[in-house]
Design a protein around this ligand. Structure first.
Ligand SMILES: [Zn+2]
Length: 145
């Protein structure tokens, strides 16, 4: 790893997923679990339901996108350009989940990550994902939108 970050961090103060200065943020706290690994523990409350009694797939995808992006191997701004999510087991509401992400490969243009969601202390993966994040020049991106 080329840069050092605190063990617990948010990637941007106004991020919807993790930003402490965003009043509507989901408040996800990213935790460095190793040089190339980030995790977050999240309580899935009843406001994040999809099918009766179970977590919404979009919310689980958000958790994965957030934690997987936190694995960034450099402080360069980046955007998600690919996110593939496989729902293997239903995640019940009112449960604690552990979201983990591990860097798979770093390239000049970006990096690929593997992620998973486990319910409670379970060994079995409930949701797995792969993603690609591309490094961007934010000033150029803003001019295009
Ligand atoms: Zn964030």
């Amino acid at each position: 790893m080329t840069h050092r970050m605190a063990d617990r961090f948010s990637h941007w103060s106004h991020c919807y997923g993790c930003g402490p200065k965003n009043d509507r943020s989901e408040g996800i706290v990213l935790e460095r679990a190793g040089d190339d690994e980030v995790s977050a523990r999240v309580y899935i409350d009843r406001d994040h339901g999809g099918a009766p009694g179970f977590a919404h797939g979009g919310y689980l995808s958000l958790l994965l996108d957030e934690v997987m992006g936190g694995v960034a191997p450099s402080p360069q701004p980046r955007v998600t350009t690919d996110l593939q999510v496989r729902f293997l087991r239903a995640v019940p509401l009112d449960s604690d989940v552990l979201v983990t992400a591990r860097l798979r490969e770093r390239e000049d243009q970006g990096f690929s990550v593997q992620g998973s969601v486990r319910v409670g202390g379970a060994e079995e993966v409930a949701v797995e994902a792969t993603a690609y994040f591309r490094f961007v020049d934010l000033s150029r991106l803003r001019r295009r939108s």
